[in-house]
Design a protein around this ligand. Sequence first.
Ligand SMILES: [Ca+2]
Ligand SMILES: [Ca+2]
Ligand SMILES: [Cu+2]
Length: 159
Amino acid sequence: MVSPGVKFHYAGDGHNHWHFTDFDDYWIETLGGTDLRSAEKHGYCLEDNTTWAGLAGAAGVPTSPVYLGATSCGKGLPQALTVIEGLSRGWGDTYPLTLPDQAIDVTGLPDGRYRVGITADALGAVVEGDESNNTATMEISISGNTVTTYPATATGGLN
Ligand SMILES: [Ca+2]
Ligand SMILES: [Ca+2]
Ligand SMILES: [Cu+2]
């Protein structure tokens, strides 16, 4: 499907490659749904680095990665006129916690139970076959410097 609203920007802040702009939005909220804090990172160099078992072997799911950050995303090419990056069906792009800029600052939030959520394509640039499955949430509890996670209550993804 064609998505003319999709934008990319060159991230020179140590990434030195092109990011898919506003790919997602993620936040922490009260269990009653009141937003507390939002994330800062919304742009990514997308790559296929994680298989999703639920679609393994399904039609249109490549058995090996198609898009890899090392060979796509226009690394070191701020003047590029064409950039190819993406996520294949059945693949995800997992970000280890060591990658910078992903944190949600919870300074000042009291110990307790909260919900974290993420919405893919929150601004609606990507035209999808199903626009209703883009949000996932899970509950956590914060106690001092310890965060405990509880099973996810929804599934999500761009498709
Ligand atoms: Ca969409
Ligand atoms: Ca979707
Ligand atoms: Cu990057």
